[in-house]
Design a protein around this ligand. Sequence first.
Ligand SMILES: C[S@@+](CC[C@H](N)C(=O)[O-])C[C@H]1O[C@@H](n2cnc3c(N)ncnc32)[C@H](O)[C@@H]1O
Length: 201
Amino acid sequence: MLTYKMLHQKPEAVIRLLKVHERKHNRQYYSRVRDKHHTEQDPAALAARFIYLNKTCFNGLYRVNKAGKFNVPIGRHNKVTICDEKNLMAVSSVLDKATLRMSQFDKITPAEGDLVYCDPPYDGTFTGYTGAGFGEADQKRLQATCEKWRQAGVHVIVSNNDTPLIRRLYSKWNLHEVHAPRNINCNGNGRGKVAELLISG
Ligand SMILES: C[S@@+](CC[C@H](N)C(=O)[O-])C[C@H]1O[C@@H](n2cnc3c(N)ncnc32)[C@H](O)[C@@H]1O
């Protein structure tokens, strides 16, 4: 959220700091930046650090340890684009039209005719990124919330893995199978094309 906010408000500052990371990037530098937990205060520098680590870590994975410290090792890239200035400026202008808010999914109150897209942690994959996890009970709670919205005339789209649980939960919805290329997966063998569902109601 902070990264989105900073890209919106101060894209030039984030890009300038990201270019420094790009110039200095190597194995030792990555470890130094990664291990600077909770010491960086400047919001633009925090955003640049987040983008730098996301681009250079293993598979773009976000994972923290029990102490809340980012602990993903460096990725195996031959060449990696760290600062895509044009794209970051485009993201910045698109954010002009957005209002960012962070909340539990069941605390939002969409109105009739609104479109809600839910991109939850996917069933059957590693969801313990932040310690809180997202298990079967959460998937059920999300489905119940989506059902409530649907009954109130809200357009709802949900993406998730194509698993028996998700098919059961959304059996009365429209299910579209998609085969999405994925780079992020805790199990390296599971990478590549994964069967997913785009669910609409
Ligand atoms: C598959 S990712 C979505 C990624 C997102 N589409 C993006 O491009 O950044 C799942 C997200 O659900 C969030 N999440 C987990 N539990 C949640 C909850 N109870 N309410 C709202 N969001 C939650 C996670 O923090 C994570 O960012």
